[in-house]
Write a protein that binds this ligand. Structure first.
Ligand SMILES: Nc1ncnc2c1ncn2[C@@H]1O[C@H](COP(=O)(O)OP(=O)(O)O)[C@@H](O)[C@H]1O
Ligand code: SF4
Ligand SMILES: [Mg+2]
Length: 337
């Protein structure tokens, strides 16, 4: 799955926002995404995890050029989207779609379901009313909504799960190769969440889709992902095969994230008490020098304040950006660096 030319290559993607200070709050440059690089291969699901504010949504929006990143490359099916404008960008983005967290907010409340699903087809000039209606039926069938029952309904007549199915039908209408799901099941209750996850899996098998699956729920991401990327304060802390990353994390931040959720103690097989992450994440307006995790890291050393760690592959396909990763000898603790 990881061989061949990647479907998507993000290279040194940077996204920043200039904010003005107001009401005692500091202004400056928000370093939302800083030099992020990764690949997504055909047919795979890459999970993206990290605390709120770590830059997951900004990264997703940078990939679809909304807005365009400040610098870096986003090579999708061999074309750098960052260099494209207007129609060529719209064309290149046809096969790269997004599903958002809020299913109600992403649908025009005045439109009927059939119109909502037809819209992307019209937008990309799919000709022939009859052909479009047939495709709308097919798409609603695919996402498990009976067209004769749901086609004439408006969003307020649907449940959250049904709305998300409509959003998914819209996203797959133009036969995308890659769908970015930004917290796409986070607002659904557990039962509906499982149904929508099954739908994603079914579409992956039937249509050969790839996904970037962004969520703050670590257990959920493990369940659906082949590989997982961990974001911390706008940077990739770690990326690797899901199984290995959860079983043997390399980056102290990943380990701390995993310890912060309820789980089983591998030694005793009993439920383990979650350990909250220490301290608050630093501000992306003024990230710490060197390693951005150093103010909260139990392994921090002098070097961590002076030198920014880069991603280094430490096992097959498993990389971490850390001077003293967890597979290396423990340095003597020098807290408060
Ligand atoms: N348009 C914007 N203007 C200013 N700051 C922004 C903007 N969008 C996001 N940010 C900031 O960028 C950082 C990353 O946000 P976000 O990508 O939404 O994180 P996540 O999705 O991981 O919760 C946060 O500090 C957020 O406040
Ligand atoms: S580079 Fe240093 S501070 Fe950063 S995670 Fe590794 S050990 Fe901790
Ligand atoms: Mg987000």
């Amino acid at each position: 799955m990881t061989g061949g030319t990647p479907l998507l290559r993000a290279r040194h993607v940077v996204q920043q926002f200039t904010v003005r200070g107001a009401g005692g709050l500091k202004g400056g440059v928000v370093h939302a995404v800083s030099d992020v690089s990764f690949d997504v291969h055909g047919g795979e699901t890459l999970g993206v995890v990290g605390e709120t504010g770590s830059g997951k949504s900004t990264l997703a929006r940078s990939l679809i050029q909304a807005p365009r990143p400040k610098s870096g490359e986003v090579l999708f099916q061999g074309t750098d989207l960052v260099g494209l404008r207007r129609r060529p960008l719209v064309e290149a983005r046809r096969h790269l779609q997004m599903v958002y967290q809020d299913p109600f907010g992403s649908l025009n409340p005045r439109w009927r379901v059939a119109e909502l699903v037809e819209e992307p087809l019209l937008g990309y000039g799919v000709k022939g009313g009859e052909q479009r209606r047939k495709r709308v039926h097919e798409l609603l069938d695919l996402v498990g909504l009976d067209p004769s029952v749901f086609g004439r309904r408006r969003p307020h007549e649907l449940s959250g799960g049904q709305c998300q199915r409509v959003a998914i039908a819209r996203a797959i209408a133009l036969e995308p190769a890659l769908v970015i799901c930004d917290e796409a099941v986070s607002s659904l209750d557990v039962l509906i969440q499982a149904q929508v996850l099954n739908l994603f899996e079914q579409l992956r098998a039937e249509l050969g889709l790839s996904y970037v699956f962004i969520a703050h729920d670590l257990a959920l991401v493990k369940e659906v992902s082949d590989r997982v990327a961990v974001m911390h304060l706008g940077q990739l802390a770690e990326i690797g095969p899901a199984e290995a990353l959860y079983r043997r994390p390399l980056h102290p931040y990943t380990a701390a994230l995993l310890e912060s959720i309820p789980g089983l103690d591998p030694a005793t097989g009993r439920a383990r008490r979650p350990v909250p992450l220490r301290g608050e994440p630093p501000s992306p307006l003024d990230p710490p020098s060197g390693c951005r995790f150093r103010t909260r890291c139990p392994r921090a050393q002098q070097r961590c304040a002076q030198e920014e760690p880069v991603l280094v592959e430490r096992a097959s396909g498993h990389s971490a950006a850390c001077h003293f990763p967890l597979d290396a000898p423990v340095p003597a603790p020098t807290r408060g660096v």
